[in-house]
Design a protein. Structure first.
Lengths: 171, 173
């Protein structure tokens, strides 16, 4: 009987402990996106400050860096400089910002103060953010020239991380 | 009248846009287009099955955050366009992953989540019944309780008796 109890106990505990150990060093915030390897959800959004709507389809043929951000997001300030620098330097990728749960006047004020190197699109109702499965800001999606989501970065991008991701996008 | 039409078009435009992307992801609507109280009730039900991505264990129906509000609005728009509750859940799952469902869908390895508790209950009941059955059985007179069990104990018995006598006083047998 004791052996049976031991075997039953082990049968329950060993898999549980194994699951815990395997997931111990997993970052709970980094939920992998089901969009990786899938066609990027299309959108056509008007930039903050007005102007022609920008659609993802119109950028087909070149890689796109799609950054979801907001003025109330503190890490976005630092990241904004990194992205603006990269966009101004030019290169293969086009940069687009999508404003997440924010208001246009605040966005315009932010861009006036921090500089704008690429269009920041307004996303009424958060539909584009939802289509991309955005959890929080900042989140950045890397879409290749064929319009397929290749990579996703959660949290603020450093210059190194951005360069690394862009290099991978070109491959 | 023209103004009213323009206003209606403006109001309808976002709804159409929100279902455009849904059509790409989950295809054509497979249910009746809901309106009024039925729409509200179904929106509430589906929203309560969706996890608010930015909260800790809250459903979209229970969360006051802007994202949850937007997700609920979109849920309503999709249900009004004739998508079924399951289709709406599948739409959000396509962008957020299975994590967005508060109830694990009944498929594949997820069946374990649904059946394991019941299995555990049945197994537990079985173990308890067996234990109870054993208790109820009349105990056979055990050999050990009547007299000394082994030669060693038999050898020690006189000494034990002597110790007991010293400790507790002499007792009549």
């Amino acid at each position: 009987m004791n052996k049976t109890v031991l075997a039953a106990g082990l049968a329950v505990c060993v898999p549980l402990v194994a699951v815990l150990v395997v997931n111990l060093d997993r970052d709970t915030r980094s939920v992998t996106s089901p969009l990786l390897g899938q066609p990027a959800p299309p959108f056509s959004l008007v930039p903050a400050g007005g102007g022609e709507a920008v659609s993802l389809a119109s950028l087909r043929g070149q890689p796109v860096v799609l950054n979801f951000w907001a003025t109330w997001c503190v890490p976005c300030y630092e990241e904004h400089g990194v992205l603006t620098d990269a966009a101004r330097r030019g290169g293969v990728a086009r940069f687009l910002g999508v404003v997440y749960e924010d208001e246009e006047p605040r966005v315009m004020e932010f861009l006036k103060k921090e500089g704008a190197g690429y269009p920041s699109l307004l996303d009424p109702g958060g539909r584009t953010a939802i289509a991309y499965g955005v959890y929080g800001v900042p989140e950045t999606f890397f879409v290749d020239a064929a319009g397929v989501v290749r990579d996703k970065h959660t949290g603020p991008l450093t210059a190194e991380a951005l360069a690394d991701r862009l290099a991978r996008l070109r491959q | 009248m023209k103004r009213l039409l323009a206003l209606l078009c403006l109001l309808a435009a976002p709804a159409a846009a929100s279902t455009d992307d849904a059509r790409r992801v989950i295809g054509e609507p497979r249910g009746p287009a809901l309106t009024g109280a039925a729409l509200n009730a179904e929106t509430e039900r589906v929203a309560s099955l969706l996890r608010c991505p930015v909260c800790q264990g809250l459903s979209v129906a229970d969360s006051p955050t802007a994202l949850a509000r937007d997700m609920k609005t979109q849920t309503g728009a999709l249900l009004a366009a004739g998508y079924t509750g399951e289709q709406v859940l599948a739409y959000f799952e396509a962008s957020y992953g299975e994590f967005v469902r508060l109830e694990p869908p009944r498929r594949g390895v997820n069946w374990l989540v649904w059946t394991a508790p019941l299995g555990g209950l049945i197994l537990g009941a079985f173990v308890v019944m067996r234990a109870l059955g054993r208790l109820r059985q009349p105990q056979p007179p055990a050999a050990g309780t009547a007299g000394p069990a082994s030669a060693e104990e038999a050898e020690l018995e006189p000494y034990l008796r002597r110790v007991r006598e010293l400790a507790y006083g002499r007792r009549e047998p």
